[in-house]
Design a protein around this ligand. Structure first.
Ligand code: SAM
Ligand code: SF4
Length: 473
């Protein structure tokens, strides 16, 4: 058996892409190793959203230079967004890399590895750039390959990502995604339903639908248009499936019909990730997000009205070009007012090739970005903690995902009794003591403690009357 080491950075799309690459390589006789030194093939599935993610990969490649000298037959590959963005530059910076494959060509990885093994030399397969052909040609060059699933590659067999869209056409000025992931394309609903049915038949209880702007999903066939609300309704009918989530939402496409379906369908998680990015209209305009803070507030009011129990989360970029202290205070005001369940906060990272990099200087000093990041995070954590405390004493329904981080690190990884982790319908993380057999079950848990990130609870034990144990019965 040949050994494969794969490291994944970035978003859920990349996690799913890696799952599919591994599934296809297993079929070619590879098994996984978590060690680069005994791997025959080393793959990095990369991210380009921020400079830091790219730096990490170039450092990891640097550390492999000697390994290639001592083991010249080891194959080193760079996959995903950075492969698409940097292309031959990767060969220039790390000439011992054998393989560069963009997100649209991942289905070719097994054949490309076989060609390299056969002495075919370095290989690169990437998609067309956004100006390198007609829309149709560019779309076709960003093919994705979803039918191959391998339950063994998922963190738990009970949960799976399902891609419903690829690419993005929003072109926010800071963002590299539309260049590296190509044009927005929705997948045929029948394929999504068939894949989900297969996952449910294999025992999967929760699916997370993925798209860069997942609520912009639209599939047109003749006169018939399928939107996300229609898709959710179809998926809801699949036996065995218990929960459906979808990420990431775009504020302008959060329509009432979608919110109504989220409210009405019991399997739809009452959880919406709808990044606002900034609380200042001046900044939103420079980001070309296509909405104002007032529009976002109006959308939040509709969410609260139509899905009152929904937990809403957001992303923020601090220190975007020209962001003043007043702009930042407006963002703090919005966080304070909207009480998101949690927020992902990023320091702006200039991305060559984006409109932002071309039009505006990256003029907020690093220490100011850092301070704003810390301040906003502290404010969000305080809100999360207070709101999580509202769960004390309440019973919640938790889909058990597996051992908690703490018990994974424990001395006895095979212990039957251990600390488990799972999530509520509104995506709150719950940690409790249980046993391995409970993994994959949906359990009632009473919450007795909470911090900003986690609820702590105990399994609700049902009272069993003595009559059940009576020897005379
Ligand atoms: N499509 C999603 C959306 O529109 O919200 C998110 C895509 S992006 C991979 C995830 C998050 O990364 C964004 O919401 C944004 O907050 C952040 N991000 C994107 N580009 C960035 C940049 N150049 N610098 C810092 N953060 C960035
Ligand atoms: Fe990037 Fe904006 Fe598209 Fe999200 S919507 S992927 S932030 S361009």
């Amino acid at each position: 058996m040949k050994k494969l080491y794969i490291e994944t950075v970035g978003c859920q799309m990349n996690v799913l892409d890696s799952e599919l690459v591994v599934a296809s390589l297993r079929k070619q006789g590879f098994e996984l190793t978590d060690n680069t030194s005994d791997a025959d093939t080393i793959l990095f599935n990369t991210c380009s959203v921020r400079q830091h993610a790219e730096d990490k990969i170039y450092s990891a490649l640097g550390r492999l230079k000697n390994a290639k000298v001592t083991h010249p037959h080891k194959i080193i590959g760079v996959l995903g967004c950075m492969a698409q963005k940097d292309q031959r530059l990767i060969f220039e910076r790390a000439p011992y890399v054998d393989l560069i494959v963009g997100p649209g060509q991942l289905h070719q990885v097994p054949d490309l590895i076989a060609e390299i093994e056969a002495g075919g030399g370095q290989k690169m397969e990437v998609s067309l750039g956004r100006k390198e052909g007609t829309r149709q040609q560019i779309e076709r060059s960003h093919e994705s390959f979803d039918p191959l699933r391998d339950a063994a590659m998922r963190p738990t067999p009970y949960q799976a990502y399902v891609r419903i869209m690829i690419g993005c056409d929003k072109f926010c000025t800071y963002c590299i995604v539309p260049s590296v992931r190509g044009p927005e394309q929705s997948r045929h609903p029948d394929d999504i339903i068939a894949e989900t049915r297969q996952l449910a038949d294999e025992g999967c209880k929760e699916i997370i639908l993925l798209g860069q702007t997942v609520n912009s999903y639209r599939y047109r066939e003749g006169d018939r248009v399928t939107r996300l609300s229609d898709l959710l309704t179809s998926l809801h009918g699949i036996d065995g499936l218990e929960r459906i989530k979808f990420v990431t939402n775009y504020p302008k496409d959060m329509t009432d019909d979608l919110l109504q379906v989220v409210h009405d369908l019991p399997k739809c998680a009452k959880y919406l990730h709808v990044p606002v990015q900034s609380g200042s209209n001046r900044v939103l305009e420079r980001m070309k997000r296509g909405y104002t803070v007032e529009d976002y507030r109006e959308m939040m009011d509709r969410i609260r009205h139509l899905v009152p129990e929904a937990a809403v989360t957001s992303d923020f970029i601090v220190g975007f070009c020209g962001e003043t202290e007043d702009d930042f205070q407006l963002t703090c005001k919005l966080v304070h007012e909207q009480r998101f369940k949690n927020s992902f906060i990023f320091k702006y990272s200039e991305r060559p090739g984006t409109k932002g990099a071309e039009l505006f200087p990256d003029d907020v000093p690093e220490d100011v970005k850092k301070r704003r990041n810390n301040e906003l995070l502290a404010m969000q954590n305080m809100i999360s903690e207070v709101d999580n405390h509202a769960f004390l004493g309440r019973n919640v329904s938790v889909l058990v995902e597996g051992p908690s981080k703490a018990s994974e690190k424990s001395d006895d990884p095979d212990a039957l009794q251990l600390q488990l982790t799972g999530r509520t319908m509104c995506d709150r993380i719950v940690v409790f003591d249980g046993n391995r057999r409970q993994i994959g079950q949906t359990l009632p848990i009473t919450i007795y403690d909470a911090n900003a990130h986690t609820l702590f609870g105990a399994v609700v034990t049902q009272h069993v009357g003595p009559e059940l144990f009576s020897l005379n019965a």
